[in-house]
Design a protein around this ligand. Structure first.
Ligand code: AMP
Ligand code: ZN
Ligand code: FE
Ligand code: FE
Length: 287
């Protein structure tokens, strides 16, 4: 039998990918993936259209999300796999986060303009397509199109990267609230690209609140980094997930399928989601 693979971290243009749901699914099929997890930043709007396209093309769509966590000194992203994306309370909560993302764009524009950077909110929202989950990748692209910077990296390194002069936070949930939200929605919480946090000591707090896995394999994790998190996940009794974090052409090239995991992991995540739905407050038994 031909082995099946899944890419467990894919964005659509409902957050900051350049790909529509149809393009996402077409690309997944083209790369020979059996399943992809749609993990947009703070929105579930891309899931239904991806499922429609997925049914047609024979690609399984795993409903997911990527949430950013409130921390003063670090940027932490948490993925939620197999969330029940149709829940009203979840959509309301996400809407309030999306509103704060929109407000934050105007504050960022003020800071950037004060530093002499030519960029305006109208262009950012034009690039964003879906104004809801607008973010810094859209801002960076608007800066590129106005000629203010030479490449996207410059935007983050000089201006809008975490703790840089024009970085502006938006309303985020605490680690506890983030974990509770994902679990309440029946999702399996996994820390995304843990190496990008820059400090492994944060992981313990998430375990206390019911963390189930680490995204061991990621585009920005070199092999020795993935090895480190493999060892850590085994020691802590956490699942090991992986995904490309494909943003369409948003990061310069199409990443989909460059990081993939055996399909059996999808079955394990599905089973874990079933257990969480039975009892969201239950914690996995650890060694
Ligand atoms: P936001 O959700 O607005 O905070 O922006 C998050 C997006 O910005 C994600 O797609 C990240 O991959 C991207 N991003 C954050 N920091 C950097 C960086 N230093 N270089 C490139 N992209 C970044
Ligand atoms: Zn993104
Ligand atoms: Fe992320
Ligand atoms: Fe992502």
């Amino acid at each position: 039998m031909i082995p099946k693979y899944a890419d467990l971290h894919v964005h659509t243009f409902y957050s900051d990918s350049t790909f529509s749901p149809e393009e996402v699914v077409f690309c997944a099929k083209d790369k020979g993936l059996a399943a992809i997890a749609i993990c947009d930043h703070d929105t579930v709007d891309g899931i239904d259209p991806c499922m429609v396209a997925g049914l047609e093309k024979g690609v399984e769509i795993i409903p997911g999300i990527e949430m950013s966590v409130e921390k003063m000194d670090a940027e932490i992203h948490v993925l939620g796999y197999f969330i029940d994306w149709k829940q009203d309370w979840l959509r309301k909560k996400l809407k309030s986060i999306q509103d704060s993302r929109v407000e934050r764009i105007f504050i960022m524009m003020g800071k950037l303009n004060a530093m002499g950077v030519k960029v305006d909110a109208e262009e950012v929202f034009r690039i964003a397509v879906n104004k809801g989950s607008v973010g810094r990748l859209h801002v960076a692209k608007a800066m590129l199109s106005s000629g203010a910077i030479k490449n996207l990296r410059e935007a983050f390194n000089k201006y809008i990267g975490f703790a840089k002069p024009c970085y502006v936070p938006y309303t985020k949930l605490s680690p506890k609230e983030t974990m509770e939200l994902i679990l309440k929605a029946g999702g399996v919480p996994v820390i995304a690209h843990p190496d990008l946090i820059g400090n492994d000591s944060y992981i313990g707090e998430f375990i206390d609140h019911g963390l189930r896995g680490l995204e061991v394999y990621h585009t920005d994790h070199k092999p020795h980094i993935s090895k480190r998190y493999e060892t850590m996940a085994k020691e802590l009794g956490l699942m090991m997930t992986g995904g490309s974090d494909c943003h369409g052409m948003g990061k310069g090239r199409i990443l989909m399928g460059t990081v993939r995991v055996p399909y059996e992991l999808v079955e394990k995540l599905k089973e874990e989601s079933r257990k969480i739905r039975d009892d969201p407050s239950a914690r996995p038994i650890r060694k």
